[in-house]
Write a protein that binds this ligand. Sequence first.
Ligand code: C2E
Ligand code: CA
Ligand code: CA
Ligand code: CA
Length: 278
Amino acid sequence: ARQTGDASYVFYSSEMNERAKEHLRIETELRRALGSGQMLLYYQPKVSLRSGRIVGAEALLRWRHPERGMVPPGLFIPVAEETGLILEIGGWVLEEACRQISEWKQRGFNAPPIAVNLSSRQFDRGLPERVQEVLERYDVTPDRIKLEITETLLVRGPEQVIPIMNELAAMGLALALDDFGTGYSSLAYLKKFPISTLKIDRSFVIGLPREENDCAIAQAIVTMGQQLRQEIVAEGVETQEQMRFLRNLGCDQLQGYLFSPPISNEAFEQMVRDGKRL
Ligand code: C2E
Ligand code: CA
Ligand code: CA
Ligand code: CA
């Protein structure tokens, strides 16, 4: 380390170095992982609060590292975002979801719609065509796939993102706004976008029904969604009390450990075939 005579600087700088090295290591390993079958998708069911039935699932990326075991996406997605590797990874996720849907179909299992997370970086003019190509290659109809996007995308400005969203919507793909409430989109802003689903972020669900502020926010999101004719999904639902509160508000769907954690494709197929209910 440099001699600065400032102990805190030296400490800080070596800590930065460690972080940079860790980043680089993850990046190198991520590249390798993509090509060697270490990535896989888990599926977390979404259930209707009305019928109690599974009406969809969210595909969530998992990295089965040969030495580290399962690496949670929170550890590597940010690195992938920074390095741009998320483009390749995101492309793989969409392709793998379509491949799975088509495999399921061949086995006589008609899976409910699968939602795929999209990074803002994937959202460019070429996206609709890339999605179209994958759908066609796997013979998957657009109503089998949903795209989850976050509010960070919307701050880029409506002129930039609306045409792309419209193109996707015209193709028959439903768009869901993920982690809703954590970003900056205003109500007036929201109606400009062709978004069919709002996902209430887990951070507001945690405090239900005891935290007054969380209740007010959940209530506001459901009311607004109903006015805009959007479907409302609550994520991270863990307790019966949270479920009851959300059902009373008129929330449409629930996703969370209360019903099921993310599970393997085999386990998901089995769960749907068994007709598991809320
Ligand atoms: P997210 O899109 O908000 O996904 C929901 C996260 O909450 C998942 O974490 C899920 O396992 C977790 N979760 C679901 N139900 C519960 C619950 O009841 N309690 C608790 N405590 N947690 C619950 P996961 O799988 O670790 O994913 C974390 C984040 O990584 C995702 O947040 C998403 O932002 C990102 N991510 C995952 N897969 C992909 C992907 O394929 N592409 C992109 N761009 N991002 C992804
Ligand atoms: Ca999501
Ligand atoms: Ca989410
Ligand atoms: Ca979230």
